[in-house]
Write a protein that binds this ligand. Sequence first.
Ligand code: AKG
Ligand code: FE2
Length: 442
Amino acid sequence: MEAYISRKRRRLSPEVEPVPPKTSLDDDGADGESTDFKLALLASLHPDKSPDVLLDYLLAYHGSVEQVCAALSAPARDESPRKRPCATGYQSSLAAFAKTSDIRPASVKALTKKGKTVHLYAPEDVEAHTPCSIIHNFLRPDEADALLKELLVEAPTFRKDTFQLFDKTVESPHTMRFYVDSSAEAQAQKTEYVYNGSYVPDVMQTTPEMLKVSALVRETVNTEIDRRVRDFYPDGKRLKLQSSEAWKPNASFVNCYDGAKQSVGYHSDQLTYLGPRAVIGSLSLGVAREFRVRKIVPQVDGSAADTQGQIAIHLPHNSLLVMHAEMQEEWKHAVAPAQTIEPHPIAGNKRLNVTYRCYKEYLHPKYTPRCKCNVPAVLRCVQKQAATRGRYMWMCHSGYTPGQKGCSYFVWAEFDEDGRPPWARGYECNCNVPSQMGDTLK
Ligand SMILES: O=C(O)CCC(=O)C(=O)O
Ligand SMILES: [Fe+2]
């Protein structure tokens, strides 16, 4: 359902984003050396330091052996690096190297450089350096196992997401299914909601364990949103266009990754039915995998974008990752293929993932603009082009899928401070702020 596979885009109009430059972020970096090699080098230079300590330094200095050596040779610091936390046996924390106030996202310096991957394990590092927060051991072990078992029964009938790219049918390298909370809603989804220009025939009603867990996810995600706003956002206020209503999941994509090679390419989730500044609660079960995120760097005058590297967040069994309101518009995420995986006692080689989402009634396709092909338009946010970055547009679904027949329909989208469109109940005209869309929406 999501635009999982990275691809070049055809240019629609000067207002729409240009073709992004191709990037390769899966290697070990511009200097070409692996972390193991760097650790071996550091160990030979600093035989008095344990590999754990050297790894912490390497992470803190973005993989630069030179900077680690300089730091280790400098006179002793007052605050020596904190002992590694040991919740999962392999966790490391960057927090020992920076005061908390220095690493709030508002002031954070780029943690990564182009071509580098920084691995984060500790919740305090994840929330300081990415738009996500993570809760390990989220459910009681028996609850997590019950949900996992239920999903393992469902998973063999999941399908690969497909869409048309020129004359080819492209498949995402994992399987999935979409669930909604009632059978009436499942029926409506099949006949009313459009994804990548097509109806989705395979929508199911949320299973009993998923529904039970949904209530727990709801409570925790709302708490996490409040904490994020209070501790991380400017002036402790919600982001502009972020809904002030409580987050209430009513739909979910369930993903299955069977074996190390199954994956999802870099993408942002579609906002068409979630609205601006959407929050998603993503529960991982079974095999632990790496969730990679990278910030989208604005492109000024055709300059090279994507100059930052990526951050890998480790998602063990029974962890809840909250993707906060700044995630979909400003970052991309992926589940990378793994070199090796550790089989899970119940799931074997499979990872199951439930992404709980809040579909907004006012974004039902009966209300949203239709393109000239008479198909409900998709909602997109300009991510790269610096001049229009952060503005939303309704456009023909074909606009982002090369080779798809469609029209060039495009209008800027308008929302009030709460992210509600003009036709929603409670919409408050942002009359005292410049319009999001100019005069284009009829
Ligand atoms: O498997 C995951 O953790 C992420 C899945 C995802 O990105 C999605 O469902 O949109
Ligand atoms: Fe996603």
